[in-house]
Design a protein around this ligand. Structure first.
Ligand code: PLP
Length: 452
């Protein structure tokens, strides 16, 4: 019998994080202070983050040790499996080999606890009592709720209102872990009230929810803020995924020539891709594909420039591909991919041609996600469905060209809290939203920062 799952022991857990900043041909330019337009220093970030995370944010050391307490918490679900999708290959009748790294085995069903655990740990080490955060589809909120509970911190989650209404079970999960949760925009912050005054029926957005969580953290001595994607230290914490996958591909006696991930802020893509990008930078020929929704095409249609991370213009300005911090994406089901910007590190890699990006519409990604469920059994998160679709497209192309290819993609999470999206898809109720070039042009034209 041919092997399907490639598993590691707990003793194979990586003991350091891989910091791609050490190997990049070009570092992304530094974040800027929105008031002065000058690069921000550690002190500017201190109201938001513990110092150890700020140091990781700017570190250029190639490897950063994972604290033993963090490793112990990660060992609740790591190492995660690497699986050869043989039944999917057969269904596609493709000469390509398809492997996926499955992050859905974590307690909250996605890759997000990989950084939530590390962030909760460093905050507790520095005496922080409470964390605030935002969540889109609820994956991040439930991951931080879980991680703060492990380390004895309180947690308050601002959840994008449309998702709060669409995903009651994520809310229940967050409350089960003992965190507090509010729909955003809320009336408890200035940022939320300002939005509600203009639009009482605002569906919310990640940008708005970030503004609310940041405002509360800055206003309270005992509270800091935690972000589930985009920042360098978040991408760093996710590199356990790719480091494990490198060992597992070796167990499989194989090596990928294409690595695929979906991109919201960029953390699960980075987590799988960065350790393989180190190989590429040192000479290996590997193709990297970042997949995003056509309704929020940050990497494929956005502009590379300095922009705010949030709607209320409270965060530092970072240089990234962006559709503009005022952009409110259509309410597609892949809530975790509805962010106007993307990680500065991922943006830099795209600018330098080390990775490429592709946008797909909602219906195609669900079609692929359903094919995946019917062959491999796991129902992908709608976000992960984008990576599944990217991998399937490459496998189909391999068939057309009669070439073998070895594809590795990140199945960043399962979709068992997203079944209403599948119900809607199967009933034919989902529609495609593609942001037209004219709409993109309008968004970009409206974007204003203090640098303009
Ligand atoms: C949050 C989320 C994403 C998107 O976020 P990234 O930071 O780009 O990884 C993708 N997949 C799942 C399952 C998520 O929960």
């Amino acid at each position: 019998m041919e092997q399907t799952k490639f598993l590691l022991n707990e003793s194979d857990l990586p003991t350091t994080w891989y910091n791609i900043a050490a190997d990049l041909p070009n570092l992304p330019p530094p974040p800027l202070h929105p008031g002065t337009g000058k690069p921000i220093g550690p002190d500017d970030l201190a109201p938001l983050f513990p110092m150890e995370l700020i140091l990781q944010e700017v570190s250029t050391d190639a490897s950063i040790p994972i604290p033993p307490e963090v490793l112990e918490a990660l060992s609740l679900y790591r190492p995660t499996p690497l699986i050869r999708a043989r039944r999917l290959e057969q269904a596609l009748d493709t000469p390509a080999k398809i492997y996926f790294k499955y992050e859905g085995v974590s307690p909250t069903g996605s890759h997000k606890p990989n950084t939530a655990i590390a962030q909760a740990y460093y905050n507790r080490q520095e005496g922080v009592k409470r964390l605030t955060t935002e969540t889109g589809a609820g994956q991040w909120g439930s991951s931080l709720a879980f991680a703060t509970r492990l380390f004895g911190l309180e947690c308050k989650v601002y959840m994008v209102k449309i998702s709060y209404e669409q995903k009651p079970y994520r809310k229940a999960l967050i409350e089960t872990y003992g965190a507090e949760i509010l729909p955003s925009p809320s009336t408890t912050t200035q940022a939320g009230r300002a939005i509600l005054e203009k639009d009482p029926y605002s569906p919310g957005s990640l940008g708005i929810a970030i503004s609310e969580a940041v405002e509360e953290a800055v206003g309270r001595e005992d509270t800091k803020y935690s972000l589930g994607s985009v920042l360098n230290h978040v991408l760093l914490h996710q590199t356990v995924i790719g480091q494990e996958a490198l060992k597992q591909m070796e167990l499989a006696g194989d090596f990928p020539d294409v690595v695929v991930g979906c991109v919201g802020g960029g953390s699960n893509f980075a987590g799988l891709a960065f350790p393989f990008l180190r190989e590429k930078i040192h000479g290996k020929d590997i193709d990297f594909l970042a997949v995003e929704p056509a309704s929020c095409p940050t990497l494929t249609k956005g502009e590379l420039r300095y922009d705010f991370g949030d709607t209320a213009e409270l965060t530092p300005l970072t240089r990234m591909y962006t559709l503009g911090h005022q952009f409110v994406p259509a309410a597609i089901h892949a809530g975790g991919l509805r962010y106007h910007g993307s990680a500065p590190l991922v943006s830099q890699l795209l600018e330098d041609g080390l990775i490429r990006a592709q946008a797909y519409t909602q219906l195609k990604t669900f079609e692929s996600a359903v094919l995946f469920a019917r062959t491999e059994g796991i129902v992908p998160a709608p976000e992960s469905g984008h990576a599944v679709h990217g991998a399937i497209e490459i496998a189909r192309q391999a068939k057309e060209e009669g070439k073998t290819r070895t594809i590795l993609f990140n199945l960043s999470g399962h979709g068992y809290f997203d079944m209403s999206a599948y119900t809607n898809y199967l009933a034919g109720n989902l529609v495609d939203h593609e942001l037209s070039d004219a709409e993109v042009k309008n968004c970009l034209a409206e974007m204003k920062t203090p640098l303009d």
